[in-house]
Design a protein around this ligand. Structure first.
Ligand code: HEM
Length: 202
C-alpha cells in the first residue's frame, strides 16, 4: 500500500465526526431534538464527503500529487457510509421505526423522495467500487460512475428543500459543486496542469 499514513489519516478524520456526534448525544449536547440533529449532521457530512470525492481529480491535476487519487475511493465510500447512517437515523429517530408512517411522511416531506433517488444512485457506485467490478465493467465502469454528478444534483436539491431558511449554507455547497463540475469540462480540465506550471514558476 502506498502512502499508508496519509490513507490512515484520512480514514481517522472521516471516522471522527460521527464518533463525536455520538459522544455529544451521550452527554445531551445535541440540543432539544438530538435525533433530528444527528440526521442533519450525517446528511451534511455525506454531502461534504461527496464534494471532497469530486475534488480529488482536479486537485491531482493541479498539484500532480497522486495521494489525492489514492484516497478518492475511500472518500466515496465514506460518503456512502454517512448517507446510510443518515437513513438509519431518519428511520430510528424521525420515523420511530414505524414504517407504516412512511407513506404519510412522503406526502408531508416530499424531499425524502429526492434523497431516496440520490441514495439509489449511490448504491451501485458503492457496490462497484472494488477492483473486481472495475475489471469486469471495463469502460462501462467510468460511465456508471458519472452517476456521481446526478447524486450531487439530488443531494443539493434535497438539501435546498430542507434548509430553505439557511440559504447561504446551501449556496456555499452548491457553488463548490458547480466549481467542481466546471473544472471537469475538458477544455478547462486541460488548463489545470498549465495553471500549476504557471503558479510553480512564480
Ligand atoms: C432515502 C434517502 C434519504 C432520506 C430518507 C433522507 C432524509 C432526510 C431528512 C428527514 C432530512 C431533514 C431532517 C430535518 O431537518 O427535518 C434530511 C436532511 C438532509 N439530507 Fe437527507 N435523506 C436521504 C438521502 C440523502 C442524500 C443521498 C444526501 C446527500 C448526498 C442527503 C443529504 C442531506 C442534507 C445535506 C440534509 C440537510 C442537513 C442540514 O439540515 O444541514 N440526504 N435528509
Amino acid at each position: 500500500m502506498r502512502n499508508p499514513i496519509w490513507r490512515i489519516t484520512v480514514f481517522i478524520l472521516a471516522l471522527l465526526p460521527p464518533l463525536y456526534w455520538l459522544y455529544q448525544a451521550w452527554i445531551f449536547a445535541l440540543g432539544p431534538d438530538p435525533g433530528k440533529a444527528l440526521v442533519d449532521r450525517l446528511g451534511q457530512g455525506g454531502l461534504i464527503l461527496l464534494l471532497l470525492t469530486l475534488a480529488m481529480t482536479p486537485l491531482q491535476k493541479l498539484t500532480r500529487w497522486g495521494g489525492w487519487i489514492q484516497v478518492r475511493r475511500q472518500l466515496g465510500l465514506w460518503c456512502f457510509a454517512y448517507i446510510c447512517l443518515h437513513l438509519c437515523a431518519y428511520g430510528v429517530f424521525i420515523l420511530g421505526l414505524d414504517w407504516a408512517q412512511l407513506g404519510v411522511e412522503l406526502r408531508k416531506r416530499p424531499y425524502i423522495i429526492v434523497g431516496a433517488l440520490g441514495f439509489l444512485c449511490l448504491l451501485p457506485l458503492a457496490l462497484t467500487s472494488n477492483k473486481y467490478s472495475m475489471r469486469r465493467l471495463g469502460a462501462n465502469w467510468k460511465k456508471l460512475h458519472r452517476l456521481i454528478y446526478v447524486i450531487l444534483g439530488f443531494g443539493l436539491l434535497h438539501m435546498l428543500w430542507v434548509v430553505r431558511s439557511d440559504f447561504e449554507r446551501w449556496a456555499l455547497y452548491a457553488s463548490l459543486g458547480l466549481l467542481l463540475l466546471i473544472v471537469r469540462v475538458p477544455p478547462i480540465a486541460k488548463q489545470l496542469p498549465v495553471l500549476r506550471t504557471r503558479l510553480a514558476s512564480r
